[in-house]
Design a protein around this ligand. Sequence first.
Ligand SMILES: Cc1cc2nc3c(=O)[nH]c(=O)nc-3n(C[C@H](O)[C@H](O)[C@H](O)COP(=O)(O)OP(=O)(O)OC[C@H]3O[C@@H](n4cnc5c(N)ncnc54)[C@H](O)[C@@H]3O)c2cc1C
Length: 242
Amino acid sequence: MTTDPDTSQIDWAAFATSLSPVPVITEPALVKQKSRDFYWYSPILKEKLHGKFGDLVAVPRNEADVILTAQACVSAKVPLTVRGAGTGNYGQAMPLFGGVILETTSLDKILWVRKGVMRVQAGARLKDIDAQLRPQGWELRMHPSTKRTATIGGFVAGGSGGVGSITFGQLRDRGSIHGLRIVTMNDPPEIIELRGDDIQKANHAYGTNGIITELELPLGPAHDWSDLIVAFDDFMAAMRFA
Ligand SMILES: Cc1cc2nc3c(=O)[nH]c(=O)nc-3n(C[C@H](O)[C@H](O)[C@H](O)COP(=O)(O)OP(=O)(O)OC[C@H]3O[C@@H](n4cnc5c(N)ncnc54)[C@H](O)[C@@H]3O)c2cc1C
C-alpha cells in the first residue's frame, strides 16, 4: 500500500538553499502561475485540481542541475513535477501533492544536426527549434497547435502529434523518435539512454518515470507554412477537402 506524499514538515527555505547553485523561484505568485497547465479546459479537472500548487520552482541550467534537483527531492521524499511550457490540457503538469516544479525551459539548445536528425535539449521551444533549423532546410516533422510556446520535451512526454502527422504519423509511431536521455528518480538518480522500442517506456509517459533531458528526432524538409482556418458546412465536405 502506498500513502500520499506529505510535505507539511518540509522547511522550504532550507530546501531551496540545498538546491544551490540551481536557480529557484520561491515568489508565491510565480510559483502558483508555474503550477498550472490548461487542466481547466475540462470542467471535471477544473473542480478536482483547483488549488493544487507546488512549493517552489527549480529551473535547471544543465543536466548536472537536473540531477542535483532530482537527488534533493528523492532524499527529502519531496514530489517532483516536470514542466515544459505548461500547455498540456489534461492536468499532466499539475503538482497533486505540492513539492518541486522542475521547469525545463533553460535547457534550450540544439546540440547537433546531422543528415536529417537532430539532438536537442528538452526545454527548447518548438518555434525556436524550427527557426534555427530553417537556414539548413530542415524543420520538425510534426508540431502541435501550441508550437509557439510548447517545448520539445513536453510535446514528447505529453503530446501525440499535429501538423505534419498526416505525412509522418504520430509521435508513438516507430521512427518518430530516435533516442531519449532520461534522468531517473532513483537514489542516486541514473542517466539512461533509450533507443529502439525502449523509447516507448518514456514516450507519452507524462514525466512519471523520469526527466527527459535530451531527445534525438528525425527532421523533415522545411516548408513556408501559411496558417489558415477553413470552415465547411458539413463534415463530408471537410473530409473531401482534406
Ligand atoms: C489549445 C491547445 C491545443 C493543443 N494542440 C495539441 C496538438 O495539436 N497536438 C498535441 O499533441 N498536443 C496538443 N496540445 C497539448 C500540449 O499543448 C502539447 O502536447 C504540448 O506539446 C505540450 O508541451 P509543453 O512544453 O507545454 O508541456 P507541459 O504541458 O509542460 O508538459 C506536458 C507533460 O509532459 C511532462 N513533461 C514536460 N517536460 C518533460 C520532460 N523534459 N521530461 C519528462 N516529462 C516532461 C509534464 O510533466 C506533463 O506531464 C494542445 C493543448 C492546448 C491547450
